[in-house]
Write a protein that binds this ligand. Structure first.
Ligand code: TYM
Length: 339
């Protein structure tokens, strides 16, 4: 059997572990919304069980899960068209993850750079959940037989592991049951860097709030953060090659391209030769224009958390309808007795 047997299906997830930022928007949410009308069934998951691999305050986790859902909707995702749900309401994810814990090898997991980054020097004290995180991620994807996974650059290694797990399962049980899910990492927004250091990715764990634009920031804050973003003294070069060795300049060009829906080449054609005192206000205006209405809409949606919970409940039911038969078939392949 070839991979062609799998109906195209999109899956992606975001952790509700604190402030959503411009990297999540350009690398994930905006791209999900742009793809919404392509007619492919799409599932988007608030991965709350991934979030608790590091300590989360329970009240903050609840708030962040709802706020993330509001972020999806405010970014243009329609819960009627896409399935929006939270991971913990679909127990098939953890059931499949156990099977994959038994397929994935210790050596594979030890190579995961994100575990090494997150666990830091004190890996002995990291949770077992943090170590096994990528097996749960593979389960998220494969329990739906998803074929396409839109993510930012930083998730590439986890998706390679997902393919390794699918291939080993198929090989060990002599089946063609799981698809080789394709990472979809396209466009200028897939690697948004810190506004304070163009060599570090924009991240919610950076201690400096000035390093990122949060999706809940208001217009003045967005504008201030862009005006204060680190740059070098040279004007923008005339083409992309001229950005070599200038990570902060390259990042601001990429952010402009992502927000405007343009390629970085086109931005250089329009902006090449401008100084940062000209370019930054233009970027700030664009960022405010695109992000401030999303922030306002998230605030509005958060006034009715019962409605958000109802959306997650309905989405979880729809997700289970797809996941349950795939899990049942997996159990059967593995030899687990059921009725
Ligand atoms: P998370 O929650 O860290 O990030 C969510 C999405 O945002 C992207 N992203 C970025 N893109 C560009 N520039 C940045 N600075 C930036 N920071 C974050 C991430 O690449 C991601 O697409 N392990 C995943 C969540 C997950 C998942 C899944 C994703 C769990 N299961 C199954 C896809 C499929 C994570 O921690 O993403």
């Amino acid at each position: 059997m070839s991979q062609a047997q799998f109906t195209p299906r999109v899956f992606s997830g975001i952790q509700p572990s604190g402030d959503l930022h411009l990297g999540n928007y350009l690398g994930a949410l905006k791209r999900f919304a742009d793809a919404q009308d392509r007619g492919v069934q799409s599932l988007y998951c608030m991965v709350d069980l991934h979030a608790i691999t590091v300590w989360q305050d329970p009240a903050k986790l609840r708030h962040a899960t709802r706020e993330l859902t509001a972020g999806f909707i405010a970014s243009g995702l329609d819960p009627e068209k896409s399935i929006l749900f939270n991971q913990s309401q679909v127990p098939e994810h953890t059931q499949m993850a156990w099977i994959f814990n038994c397929v994935a090898r210790m050596g594979w997991m030890k190579r995961m750079t994100q575990f090494k980054d997150k666990a830091g020097k004190n890996a002995e004290n990291a949770s077992l959940g943090l170590f096994g995180y990528p097996a749960l991620m593979a389960a998220d994807i494969l329990v739906y037989h998803a074929t396409h996974v839109p993510v930012g650059e930083d998730q590439k290694q986890h998706l390679e592991l997902t393919r390794d797990i699918a291939a080993k399962f198929n090989h060990d049980y002599d089946v063609e049951f799981f698809p080789m899910a394709e990472p979809v990492i396209e466009g200028a927004g897939t690697r948004v860097m810190s506004l304070r250091d163009g060599t570090k990715k924009m991240s919610k764990s950076d201690p400096s709030d000035m390093s990122r634009i949060n999706m809940t920031d208001d217009a003045d804050t967005i504008s201030k953060k862009i005006r204060k973003a680190k740059t070098d003294p040279e004007p923008l070069p005339m083409d992309l090659d001229g950005l070599e060795g200038r990570p902060e300049a390259r990042n601001l060009v990429n952010i402009y391209a992502g927000l405007a829906g343009m390629s970085a080449e086109d931005v250089m054609r329009d902006m090449g030769g401008r100084t940062f005192s000209e370019f930054k206000p233009m970027l700030a205006d664009l960022a405010v224009d695109r992000m401030a209405p999303i922030s306002a809409e998230m605030g509005r949606l958060m006034q009715d958390t019962a409605e958000i919970d109802a959306i997650l409940g309905r989405g979880s039911e729809r997700a289970r309808e797809i996941a349950a038969p795939i899990l049942a078939k997996t159990y059967e392949i593995v030899g687990l007795v059921g009725s």
